[in-house]
Design a protein around this ligand. Sequence first.
Ligand code: AHG
Ligand code: MN
Ligand code: MN
Length: 294
Amino acid sequence: MTKTLEEHLEGIDSELASLILKISSIANAISNELPYRRGKANTKNVFGELQLVVDKWADQFLINELRKSGLVKTVASEEQPDLVKLNEEGIFNITLDPLDGSSNIESNNLVGTIVGIYKKDLPTQGKHQIAAMYILYGPVTTLVYTAQNGVHEFLHTKKGFVFREESIKLPEPGKLYGIGGLRKDWLPSFRKYVEELEMEGYKLRYGGAFVGDFNQVLHYGGLFAYPALTTNPNGKLRLLVESNPISFIAREAEGASTNGKCSILEVEPEHIDQRIPTYIGNKNLIEKLEKILR
Ligand code: AHG
Ligand code: MN
Ligand code: MN
């Protein structure tokens, strides 16, 4: 019989298992709302980006439900300017990208939710995560998590989230790459590196949702980047809520991450809304890239 997410979590710390299950049920509720909450909110988040109704709703819904769970002390969310205190007795501190890839809502392309889980106070280095997960609202809603026990994937069905694949590793050699930003704004050394990737047979696939663009690297191997830009040396992605959880999952799947100098997981955050050049993928690709960018 197919294992459910709940059964798969039996081996891990029971409070962490409850938290992951709680987030899975919230994500499922978010997925059910996607056909309905499609408009613009006409407000901006701390990054100056226009918010959608669904960005704000998903943020509030996650925060309220996590508050009710009693498990969470503090949340850092992409849609909140400051840390949000939930329960003094909470055990976990959490980072949230409630809806990743919101510019894909209009066209009905991939979107997702990204979560980093810590016991240490935020902000702190990504290497202190104890677990990380994402939910991808694709043709099928999938959930990927690691609690430092490998990377595992589940499919949403009528029976809830059921097991699809265990201990996923980035395949070698990789097949794909997906890179954000305008090519004319990439650093010349990076542009050359990407040309070499193409010569080696890596194919371009870029969807504009970090969750989806990383998920294809997890399954097919290769490289995802939202690189340093001549116009924006820190790139676009947010260290706490985006790059750290995905880097943590990549490392557990035997991949690697870098900001061009060191693993993203080693970077000490200076503030909660810090951006970081983000390169994630197969270890050999990241090692070669670091040599070029350092
Ligand atoms: P969000 O929707 O949470 O603001 O994230 C958008 C991010 C990320 O999902 C993706 O990698 C990138 O921005 C897409 O940016 P471009 O539109 O510049 O490609
Ligand atoms: Mn995002
Ligand atoms: Mn978002």
